[in-house]
Design a protein around this ligand. Structure first.
Ligand code: NAP
Length: 310
């Protein structure tokens, strides 16, 4: 089968080549992949010299089950599915039931492929915030893959969504997705917020933390800015209504026993019904992978890059 593998001689550190097909374990379904989406993390991972040539990367993929799991778990042959895991940038992927959601037959695999890392991260972080009804929630890096899902899901949950994007051109789009306010940086936000989903880190994290009301939490998801977050000593004072604030870490794969299947299936249904926007901002056949990788690494992408396997 063909797969997109690490190749340090190529400009994007990836190339299409033939590799052995996966041999599914008894608890794994074999999926014919139709589309994959790229995340900054894994594309950046391919550039690291420690990653040997020939490694198949890729967390997000959507396709059709061509062989159900031998132990009877998971979906039947012919079901359209969205999948999470390792080695997804390949024509075939072996996936356990916990990392696979089912989707309507007519759902667009490209749209489905945007769900796993970005959609699940947004959903799981927002759930950790508790009830969002009537609360002000800030989302930094709101125009990105995680951010767009977070804006939509927070608005659906009844939050007053405060979106942060450096790009003025993204403001209308973010409002259409459900943002009530759009600001270029957290320091521009006047009213306190109850919770923050921070995709950016650095000064964004510092200023977003300062905007939390008493009892509020900031969830540190990513550091797209690649900058250090330096908290001045008085940033940690708890006076003047700033008591009991916290910074919490998050890692989607933190608990390897998590069963994501119900959430993947729900998100797939929402995408298929048009109630969630997958935020695709670059799409093409996987033979054009180097273009997608360049846009992503140059930070020119606002949303998801999708590769169709045709
Ligand atoms: N912890 C986890 O389990 C987990 C899961 C998923 C993702 N992540 C991490 O979370 C982050 C977001 O992921 P993603 O897939 O949404 O990434 P993405 O699609 O690249 O979006 C990141 C957004 O951050 C903003 N941004 C980028 N560079 C910035 C800078 N220097 N200063 C301020 N804002 C900047 C951009 O928005 P604007 O240009 O509109 O400001 C961009 O759209 C990444 O760091 C990723 O590695 C972590």
């Amino acid at each position: 089968m063909r797969a997109l593998v690490v190749d340090h001689t190529s400009p994007g550190h990836l190339s299409l080549t033939d590799v052995p097909a996966p041999r599914p374990a008894a608890h794994e379904a074999l999926v014919r992949v139709e589309a994959v989406s790229l995340n900054f993390g894994e594309v950046h991972e391919a550039t690291r010299p420690e990653r040997p040539d020939g490694t198949v990367l890729g967390w997000d993929a959507a396709g059709v089950v061509v062989q159900a799991a031998a132990d009877g778990s998971g979906p039947a042959e012919g079901e359209r599915v969205v999948t999470l895991g390792e080695a997804g940038w390949a024509e075939l992927r072996a996936v356990p039931a916990a990392l696979l959601g089912t989707a309507p037959k007519d759902a667009d695999p490209g749209a489905l492929s945007t769900i796993p890392v970005a959609g699940l991260t947004a959903l799981h972080v927002l759930r950790r915030m508790g009830s969002l009804l009537g609360r002000r929630v800030m989302i930094t890096g709101a125009s990105g893959g995680v951010g767009r899902y977070a804006v939509q899901l927070a608005a659906r949950a009844g939050a007053h969504v405060v979106a942060i994007s450096r790009s003025a051109a993204q403001a209308d789009r973010l409002r259409a997705l459900g943002a009530h306010e759009v600001h270029p940086e957290p320091a521009a936000v006047q009213q306190p917020v109850s919770a923050v989903l921070d995709n950016v880190g650095g000064q964004h994290l510092v200023d977003a933390f300062a905007s939390l009301s008493a009892g509020g939490s900031l969830f540190s998801v990513g550091r797209s800015s690649e900058a250090d977050a330096v908290l001045a000593p008085d940033a940690l004072l708890g006076d003047g209504g700033r008591h009991d604030r916290s910074i919490r870490t998050f890692f989607l794969f933190g608990d390897p026993t998590t069963d994501f299947s119900a959430d993947l299936t729900w998100l797939a249904g929402e995408i298929a019904a048009g109630r969630l926007d997958p935020g695709i901002s670059w799409r093409g056949p996987w033979t054009r992978h180097s273009e997608a990788v360049k846009v992503l690494l140059d930070r020119r992408l606002h949303g998801k890059a999708v590769l169709d396997l045709k």
